[in-house]
Design a protein around this ligand. Structure first.
Ligand SMILES: [Zn+2]
Length: 61
């Protein structure tokens, strides 16, 4: 997985780490759906979450 983020919007830092809380995001109208994990891109300098991505968006359909 790659990210195009180059600069933190909060502190201007350029070091990031990607992390997941392993809680799946699920579609509202399909409560039995497995859903998909969220992946956070976090600034290593200030902790700002600069991006939240759904790992497998097709699983929300
Ligand atoms: Zn930052």
């Amino acid at each position: 997985m790659s990210t195009t983020i180059e600069k933190c919007t909060d502190c201007g830092g350029t070091s990031f780490v990607q992390a997941s809380d392993f809680i799946n995001l699920r579609p509202l109208d399909k409560k039995l759906s497995i859903g998909s994990e969220r992946v956070y891109t976090v600034c290593l300098d200030c902790g700002e979450v600069v991006s939240i991505k759904v790992k497998n968006p097709e699983k929300l359909i």
